[in-house]
Design a binder for this molecule. Sequence first.
Ligand code: URA
Length: 450
Amino acid sequence: MSSAAYDARNILGALRDGKGLPQGASAWFARGLADGSVSDAQAGAFAMAICIKGLGMDERIDLTRAMRDSGQVLRWDLDAPVIDKHSTGGIGDSVSLLLAPALAACGVYVPMISGRGLGHTGGTLDKMEAIPGYVAMPDTDVLRRVVGEVGCAIVGATQEIAPADKRLYGVRDVSGTVESIDLITASILSKKLAAGLEGLVLDVKVGSGAFMVDLEDARALARSLVAVANGAGCKTSALITDMNQSLGQSAGNALEVIEVLETLTGSAVNEALWDVTAALGGEALVLAGLASDMDAGVEQIDDALHSGRAAEHFGRMVAALGGPRDFVEHFPDRLPAAPVMRTVAAPRSGTVSRIDARAIGMAVVDLGGGRRVGTDRINPSVGFSGLASLGEEVETGEPMVLIHAANDADADRATAAFLAAYEISDEGGEEPPLIVERIGWDDIERGDHT
Ligand code: URA
């Protein structure tokens, strides 16, 4: 069928009857989403039909390409590979803030187009905006200049990036169709691939604080993302990593920036953050052709972090995007602090055996560190620091966390939420491995995503 012969009804009819998306239909529909000629009712039916009937691998690739091409697709003319990372979202997960400058220090370019907090998960852009003056939504010319000069820029997507996804995501949000692996795949990748990447490493989270609580679901999403991204021409691998507890000891925007800077400068290194950053970075350097295998890549990232070169790139990025020029040297004085700080004592002695990480994320939202609706304003100073971790032994009365709140009533609610989310037992539990599984770019044949 030529694209002129399409209309929304025949595309939706084919999807409804399980016949999939005819060739060219994705491009037609994505254009219609972007220019408004497809109605919300049609977009909802499209999402629901895909949710129920699913798409084949070639159709997922077509839809991803079509949504990518519905807006601006960046092209780079640089002297080294252009690489990025994407995480499916977690709690206390500030890896992007460490990884972008570490990769830049290793010689690749990183236009890291990031998102805001979603549901119980934190957002990279919200963390960067905790830095006074930082412009997280620069225009494309500024993005190009900063990536060229510094090597990395952590920014948000402009209206011109994948507008079809923006529209469809809004419709999915109110039509019960967010939870489709086919649609999640096309949504995530359309935005990432619009950044003109040559390589992408994915961090698919699994556990109580992740969107994918079970390993089977996380694996299905990781395999779909890897197969579609490679099918669409971007060399991509995935790590499935643990999200059964906050990754860092801090959860909350400015608090996570402090933890990142302490790790970058070596004043108080968070090992879990460092290890996940090094693993993802090692994988990214293999994709970029700058490391022979992951171990060699990890060594390069370790060196970039240890030597202070990653910290130096972070400081240059912040200054180039409007933040304080002396941020790395003076970050504790430059970040906002909450007026109420309160420790929570362990109610009994024992070992931390289970954490409801999603509840910790929701408690950060309740403190004002995330949004309930898109128009909510974030309070960057609030959240948790010094979070006790799984397997940690605690004594009755010993501090398990420091709450940072705007007022006493908020701190009371956060205390109750924290205590309900933590289980302390005599036996303790098994500490989950940080890196659960790897799905390499060469592990999946096109057409095989199961
Ligand atoms: N993040 C996205 O960008 N899209 C989805 O569909 C889910 C998470």
